[in-house]
Design a protein around this ligand. Structure first.
Ligand code: PDD
Length: 282
C-alpha cells in the first residue's frame, strides 16, 4: 500500500514527496524529530513527545512552525489516512532550505514532514523471547539530550549489533552505560531495584523511560537514577530497554553473557504488562 505522508502542510502519496537538496537537515543534520507510538489507532504519551520536541527546538534556536494543536492534527490525520492501528508516527522539523553556509539562515522556512510505520508493539516476539545486546564505545557528540537527526553514530552502533546478531547496542563511556542506540537502558539489582542513568546532556530524556519510572514508583518498586557499569549490568538479575518503538523489552544476554537465568525476568514482565495496559487505555 502506498503511504500518505505529510510535507509542509500537504498530504500526498509517499512517492510524490520531495525535499530540496539544500535542506539543512540533508546538508548538516540540522533538524529534530520525534517518534510517537500508536496503539489501537491512538497515540501513546503524545504530550511529553511534544514537550521534548519544543525543548530540542529551543536548544537549537529553531522556531516551531506549527502550534501544538496543528501538530496533533497532523499526527491524527496521518494515522487516519493510513489506517494505522499499531506502529509509530515519525515527525521531523528541520531549519529549512538555504544555500550552504554553516551559520543559521535568517529567513529560512522550517521543513516539517511526517509519516507512519506499521510495527507490532503489543504482541511482540522480542518481548516473549527477550533480546540480546552488545556493548560499544559511545562515540556521539556532547548534546545527546537533543533529539537531533544526526544519528550516524547510532546507525553504526545498530549495524555493529546486527553484525553480532544482537538486537541493540548499549553505548559505554568511561566504563558506564549511557543508553542504547535508540532506547533507554535499565538494569534490576538486588532482585527489586530498578537502576537507570540519571538525566543529563549525556543521554536522551526518554518518554518511555519517564513513564516507566513513574509506573515503578506507583507500584512501589524502588528506582535509582545513577551511573552503572557494564560489569554491574552483566551481574544484574534483569536488564531491559525502553523506547516508543519497542515499549519495554527484556534483555537476556549482554556481550554473550546470560542475564539472570537467561529468560525474561519478573520485574520487567510486570512493568511491560502495566505499561501496555496504560498504553492501550491512553
Ligand atoms: N529512539 N535513547 C535514544 C538514543 C533514542 O534514540 C531513543 C528513542 C530513546 C528512547 O526514547 P523514547 O522512549 O522517547 O522513544 C532513548 C526513537 C524511538 C528512534 O530514534 O526511532
Amino acid at each position: 500500500m502506498t503511504r500518505t505522508v505529510y510535507v509542509n502542510g500537504a498530504y500526498m502519496p509517499e512517492d510524490q514527496a520531495k525535499i530540496s537538496i539544500f535542506d539543512r537537515a540533508f546538508l548538516f543534520a540540522d533538524g529534530v524529530y520525534e517518534v510517537t507510538a500508536v496503539v489501537g489507532g491512538k497515540m501513546v504519551d503524545f504530550d511529553p513527545h511534544i514537550a521534548r520536541l519544543h525543548r530540542s527546538l529551543d536548544e537549537l534556536e529553531m522556531a516551531c512552525p506549527l502550534g501544538d494543536d496543528a501538530l496533533r492534527e497532523m499526527h491524527e490525520e496521518l494515522i487516519g489516512r493510513n489506517g494505522l492501528d499499531e506502529g509509530v508516527v515519525y515527525m521531523q522539523i528541520t531549519r529549512g532550505v538555504a544555500d550552504r553556509d554553516f551559520t543559521y539562515p535568517e529567513d529560512a522556512e522550517p521543513t516539517v514532514i511526517g509519516f507512519t510505520q506499521v510495527k507490532p508493539l503489543i504482541d511482540s516476539p522480542q518481548a516473549r523471547s527477550g533480546v540480546t545486546v552488545v556493548t560499544i564505545p559511545d562515540i556521539r557528540w556532547r548534546r545527546r539530550d537533543i533529539k537531533s537527526t544526526a544519528l550516524l553514530a547510532q546507525a553504526m552502533g545498530k549495524q555493529a549489533a546486527k553484525t553480532h546478531d544482537a538486537y541493540e547496542a548499549w553505548m559505554v563511556e568511561d566504563g558506564y552505560v549511557t543508553e542504547g542506540t535508540s532506547s533507554s537502558a535499565f538494569i534490576v539489582t538486588g532482585g527489586d531495584t530498578i537502576v537507570t542513568r540519571q538525566l543529563s546532556n549525556d543521554i536522551l530524556p526518554g518518554v518511555t523511560r519517564r513513564a516507566i519510572l513513574k509506573l515503578s514508583a506507583d507500584a512501589g518498586i524502588a528506582v535509582e537514577e545513577r551511573l552503572f557499569t557494564v560489569d554491574e549490568a552483566k551481574a544484574a538479575s534483569e536488564a531491559f530497554l525502553t523506547s516508543a518503538s519497542s515499549f519495554v523489552l527484556p534483555i537476556v544476554r549482554i556481550d554473550g553473557q546470560q542475564i539472570g537465568d537467561g529468560t525474561p525476568g519478573p520485574v520487567v514482565a510486570k512493568l511491560r504488562e502495566v505499561y501496555l495496559k496504560e498504553a492501550a487505555g491512553a
